[in-house]
Write a protein that binds this ligand. Structure first.
Ligand code: URA
Length: 238
């Protein structure tokens, strides 16, 4: 059994305060009966919750923001090597969690771990235009020709076409931000290697509105806040 305000806030559509207001105005029904208090508890797997007459799916998902460390696979399981799921406590490892958008073993930074396949699919689909921002250090110096090459959309040596991407040189050109809408295998490393500037360090800083939390040390994680989840959902609506 779970509190109604918690169940509805977990959908990412409303804050608990908004749920409280909706309940007060009689806009929320549980099994056809107006809910009297936001603290009332229901079984999310059986109750039929309606808000303004529309049925709401209250099956709760898990959404975690991790600062992926180097040397760990962003896979769900591996016979020999440690995966990001091995960094989670047992009760969470029992759920069908997976990383939404993999990072290479040596890449660090923002990783969303969830069991919400629908949201993950939308976040990763190039059609939804959800930008992923990477900070990269390179061997060599990036210049305007590199900015233009990425902006045009590169075709790599093996014929792989990349969508136009933005490159912002930093630190005199020895580092940069790369912004991608897609996530092809080793994409940032392959694009910059093709420009003759191999990546020596790669960190994902953000995914749409979700940013790497500086409070999280390598390997640390926390649940998304209600605001973060609402913003993520909002950016995949169109
Ligand atoms: N691009 C890469 O090359 N590696 C990653 O891990 C992510 C994006």
């Amino acid at each position: 059994m779970e509190r109604l305000d918690k169940l509805l806030a977990a959908t990412g559509h409303w804050s608990r305060k908004e749920v409280k207001d909706m309940v007060r105005h009689g806009r929320v029904l549980a099994d056809g009966v107006p809910v009297a208090r936001p603290e009332e508890k229901f079984d999310p797997s059986t109750v039929c919750i309606q808000v303004d007459g529309a049925q709401i799916d209250c099956t709760t998902h898990v959404y975690l923001l991790m600062n992926k460390p180097a040397g760990i696979l962003s896979a769900t399981e591996d016979r020999r090597q440690k995966t990001v799921l091995d960094l989670l406590p047992d009760h969470l490892r029992k759920r069908n969690l997976f990383p939404a958008g993999r990072l290479d073993k040596d890449t660090v930074g923002l990783l969303l771990i969830t069991d919400d396949g629908d949201l993950a699919h939308k976040l990763l689909s190039p059609k939804k235009h959800v930008d992923k921002v990477y900070y990269a250090k390179v061997d060599g110096l990036l210049d305007q020709s590199d900015v233009e090459a990425l902006a045009e959309g590169m075709t790599l040596g093996d014929g792989l076409h990349c969508l136009p991407a933005s490159l912002e040189p930093l630190e005199g050109g020895s580092a940069c931000y790369v912004t991608l809408r897609e996530g092809k295998y080793h994409q940032v490393k392959r694009m910059l290697a093709a420009r003759g500037k191999p990546v020596t360090f790669l960190q994902r800083r953000s995914m749409g509105p979700l940013e790497l939390d500086p409070v999280l040390g390598p390997g640390e994680w926390r649940p998304l806040t209600e605001e973060e989840l609402a913003a993520l959902r909002a950016c995949t609506i169109h």
